[in-house]
Design a protein around this ligand. Structure first.
Ligand code: BG6
Ligand code: MG
Length: 216
């Protein structure tokens, strides 16, 4: 029986995935690589530092630590510019009603995100209030597809893994949830996320009775 729901942030609560893509595309251009949306799918859910290493691998570029650190700062500054006007109007459809529905049914809620900007973004979206725990990219040693972020979130909720459902939009996140021993609801417009238990396009029309019937 599901007693806790752990939400990914980027691409699940808000569509910041597109802003990550834009800022990575600019960094990739700088190292002579044309990043496409297809490449970007492989970066979703992956930490900032790991994403840069993957892009440098695609570009066949070798940089020293100082050069990499400078690109990570440049990427994040551009990303922060792109999300400067983020507000509650940018919460994805169905999210708030779903959070209110499951919380009023006694379900505990957490965020499990690879992003170091997660607390800042939750604040801008005015969503912080809805979560009993937040685990972000600053709080883990290994990021998705490693399960650490979801294991830590379940610990903070004081729930065993098998009582937790993860909501994810990225293959790396689905793999992390699976490795943590949790059920997974995938959010996808294109029918990907083959490893998820069940997929929907968004959280509209999803409620606690659906969760309990689908994931028990
Ligand atoms: C994940 C995103 O949530 O966070 C990735 O899906 C991003 O695209 C990662 O790279 C790290 O985010 P940030 O905000 O710390 O650069
Ligand atoms: Mg995501």
């Amino acid at each position: 029986m599901i007693r806790g729901v752990i939400f990914d942030l980027d691409g699940v609560l808000t569509d910041t995935a597109v802003h990550h893509y834009q800022s990575w595309r600019r960094i990739a251009e700088g190292v002579g690589f044309a990043l496409t949306e297809k490449h970007n799918e492989q970066l979703k859910g992956v930490s900032r530092a790991d994403s840069l290493d993957i892009i440098l691998g695609w570009a066949g570029a070798t940089l020293n630590d100082a050069e990499k650190a400078a690109l990570l700062i440049e990427k994040n500054n551009h990303y922060l510019e792109l999300i400067a006007s983020l507000s509650s109007a940018d919460i994805l459809p169905g999210v708030v009603a779903f959070l209110e529905n499951i919380r009023s049914g006694g379900i505990k809620t957490a965020v499990g995100s690879s992003s170091k900007n997660a607390p800042f973004i939750l604040d801008k979206l005015q969503l912080t209030y809805y979560f009993d725990a937040v685990v972000d990219g600053n709080m883990v040693r290994q990021t998705k597809p490693d399960p650490e972020v979801f294991i830590n979130a379940a610990k903070l909720l004081a729930l065993p893994a098998e009582s937790c459902l993860v909501i994810e939009d990225a293959d790396a996140g689905v793999a992390a949830a699976r490795a943590a021993g949790m059920s997974v609801l995938g959010i996808t417009a294109h029918g990907q996320l083959a490893e998820a238990d069940f997929c929907v396009q968004n959280l509209l029309n999803i409620d606690l009775s659906f969760l309990q019937s689908q994931f028990s």
